[in-house]
Design a protein around this ligand. Structure first.
Ligand code: ZN
Length: 269
């Protein structure tokens, strides 16, 4: 549940490559009454879409808008409180019918943003070309920009794309593990990592590095699409090592991690 207010004015490209629209253009407040408008050039086409929009407006009309900053709220049993990731994680863990989330771990070694990102990946909720096309967003091409061959889905981009495969080979060699070729999805990958027989911290590090690889691939894809930046495998390998070192050394200072050891994936903890 989101509490809307007049303060919702930010717009731009968020970390997931989605435009946050300028909300000011979507409503008009006159004499205490708010009129909502679609406010997008793409228009509303089809009865189902129009019905959804009318339902949405009805929901919005029931909400009281204030002048304060926007805030995410979460309803837990009968308490409405500011949203916390741990609450939703707790609720998800109670739901046996969402098996995908069982492979996810809320890792304290990676930033919250990356935990969220991985969660969205596992639920197939990142705005890949395939996901946008399914939601009727007009796309000039659905082909993956990393290989220029296959349909861009989350699992393709992050696991089966030939560019991603090369990166995973390099990273797994660095981590001194072998990733089987039958892994076809991020869920497969996380499941495999969770079942690796290795010492706790090392397994946690493998999980954290895998999250770093997924995030780096997504950033590289966005850089290529939106900034026309080319991707180089060797550069990305270096970035994965450096970014994971940065995250780990700042989030687990007691490990006293040293770059010389991390570079060789040597563990002395
Ligand atoms: Zn590809």
């Amino acid at each position: 549940m989101v509490q809307l207010s007049y303060g919702l004015r930010e717009w731009g490209l968020d970390d997931f490559g989605v435009w946050i629209y300028e909300m000011e253009k979507r409503y008009c407040a006159t004499q205490g009454k708010i009129n909502w408008s679609w406010g997008s050039a793409s228009g509303l086409n089809g009865n189902v879409v129009l019905q959804d929009w009318n339902d949405c407006v009805r929901l919005l009309e029931r909400q009281a808008l204030g002048d304060g900053p926007d805030e995410w709220m979460w309803l837990t049993s009968d308490t409405l409180a500011p949203f916390r990731a741990c609450d939703i994680r707790g609720e998800l863990d109670q739901m046996p019918f969402i098996p995908e989330t069982k492979v996810l771990k809320w890792s304290s070694w990676i930033p919250k943003k990356i935990n969220y990102f991985l969660w969205r990946v596992v639920l197939n909720r990142i705005p890949t070309k395939e996901a946008l096309a399914i939601r009727n967003v007009p796309m000039p091409s659905l082909v993956c920009v990393m290989c220029n061959k296959e349909l861009e889905s989350a699992d393709h981009l992050l696991i089966t794309c030939e560019f991603a495969q090369q990166l995973w080979v390099g990273v797994s060699q660095w981590m001194k593990i072998t990733l089987p070729r039958y892994l076809l999805s991020v869920v497969d990958l996380l499941n495999y990592i969770n079942n690796l027989q290795m010492e706790g911290n090392k397994q946690k590090a493998v999980y954290m590095i895998s999250a770093t690889v997924c995030w780096s691939l997504w950033k590289a894809r966005n850089d290529k699409i939106f900034n026309n930046k080319a991707c180089q495998l060797s550069k990305m390998m270096g970035e994965v090592k450096a970014l994971s070192f940065l995250w780990l050394s700042s989030r687990a200072a007691k490990l006293k991690l040293e770059w010389m050891n991390w570079r060789e994936f040597r563990f002395i903890w």
